[in-house]
Design a protein around this ligand. Structure first.
Ligand SMILES: Cc1ncc(COP(=O)(O)O)c(C=O)c1O
Length: 403
């Protein structure tokens, strides 16, 4: 098979619909790739002209995206599937994999996790009569490996960690922490919301039991795009605990029998009919990655965040950089804290610079390797300095606009 041609020029702004101004919120909602637009229009056309016969095309559509997703997460196509959301996929995987045995019954996460992960874990702890333990943070921003080791007692059945912490941008070492969890006898899953599409993963080789992700951030597949999951092949013999007809093997799905026959691998974790038009946007967004060298993407992302941190050190001494400096310990965004971060983020938006704000005091800036430039970073830092010097951000009243 011939490999797709991978482009070597950066940035690749021509592949995206660029709004006016400077967009630094691609870690919340990635910009629309033109190929995503085209794919949705193409699929709409199929619906328009073929009506129900379109299902001949759409029936295996989620599975057809598995090779591209597998490349991004470092897995075999059978170990991944585009489906659900992080939350619903966590529920589906925990229902199957989380099997308390005697004293080994509790769940472990971190005190800095995105709330939905904790809510999903809490649901399953309640259902199984156990508790969710939280690895504390020493500095309120990052998680220390030794604290994970400390928390991993003989009573922990399963650990869920973020690959990149959503607030500070700390990147965890998937291979190392997976090995530590396994040595203690626990299973481990990863929430890759803030790393998929920003860097290469190697979930299979790391031996992770499972991973979940969304596609609307760095993957650029649009608001509410279908997420995805990875399930290591060592678990493929298990039948999913939460079943639906779309997780049945393709060959017998339309025989409509009373017996569920799981599709091979991760595909068995699909439940209901996939949202074809939303999958189409993911299909188009993945085309951008087919032409992208992932090491080059990560290198450019690191160069942009390096520049942003350097400039913040030089010019924004009244803001605190929360993101670790070490390349091996940070994801794709830089977090800056300031007591008036909320007002600053609104003031930036009023100047057509779109940052991301996280309560109570964090401004997240995500320079995206595909479409942000060094000049944009310089301009953002210049405007922030101007706002801080003038104090004009304090006049901002329209705080409701922050998402
Ligand atoms: C780390 C993390 N996990 C989960 C989610 C959201 O999960 P879902 O896709 O189920 O809405 C987000 C959303 O920003 C996130 O940052």
């Amino acid at each position: 098979m011939t490999q797709p041609r991978r482009s070597s020029h950066w940035p690749r702004r021509e592949l995206f619909a660029l709004p006016k101004g400077i967009y630094l919120d691609g870690n919340s909602l990635g910009l629309m790739p033109l190929s995503a637009h085209q794919a949705v229009v193409r699929r709409l056309g199929e619906w328009q002209t073929q009506a129900v016969s379109g299902w001949d095309e759409w029936f295996g559509m989620a599975e057809s995206l598995s090779p591209a997703l597998a490349r991004l997460v470092g897995a075999s196509p059978r170990e991944v599937i585009a489906t659900g959301s992080i939350t619903s996929n966590l529920h589906a995987l925990l229902a199957t994999l989380y099997r308390p045995q005697g004293e080994r019954k509790h769940l472990l996460a971190t005190a800095l996790d995105f709330p939905t992960d904790l809510y999903a874990l809490q649901s399953w702890a309640e259902l199984r009569g156990a508790e969710v333990r939280l690895i504390p943070s020493r500095d309120g921003q990052t998680i220390h490996e030794d604290d994970l080791r400390q928390a991993l007692g003989p009573d922990i059945a399963l650990v869920l960690l973020p690959t990149v912490l959503y607030r500070s941008g700390q990147l965890l070492d998937v291979a190392k922490l997976t090995a530590i969890a396994h040595r203690s006898g626990a299973l481990i899953g990863w929430d890759a919301a803030h790393s998929i599409g920003a860097m290469q993963h190697a979930f299979h080789d790391a031996g992770a039991d499972f991973a979940v992700w969304c596609s609307y951030k760095y993957l650029n597949a649009g608001p509410g795009a279908p997420g995805g999951l990875f399930l290591h092949q060592r678990h493929h013999h298990l039948a999913p605990a939460l079943r639906g007809w779309w997780g049945n093997e393709k060959e017998s799905q339309f025989e409509m029998t009373t017996k569920f026959r799981p599709a091979p691998g991760a595909a068995a974790y699909q439940q209901g009919t996939p949202p074809i038009l939303a999958l189409a946007a993911l299909e188009g967004a993945l085309e951008v990655y087919e032409q992208t060298d992932l090491a080059a993407l990560r290198a450019r992302s690191l160069a942009l965040t390096d520049l942003l941190m350097e400039l913040a050190d030089l010019h924004l001494h009244d803001m605190r950089v929360l993101t670790p400096r070490d390349h091996a310990r940070r994801g794709g965004h830089v977090s800056l804290s300031h007591p008036h971060a909320r007002a600053l983020s609104v003031a930036l938006r009023q100047r057509q610079i779109i940052p991301d704000y996280r309560s109570p005091d964090v401004l997240r800036l995500a320079p995206i390797a595909f479409y942000n430039t060094e000049d944009e970073i310089r301009e953002v830092v210049r405007v922030l300095r101007e706002l801080l010097d003038s104090g004009s951000y304090k006049d901002v009243t329209e705080v409701g606009a922050v998402t």
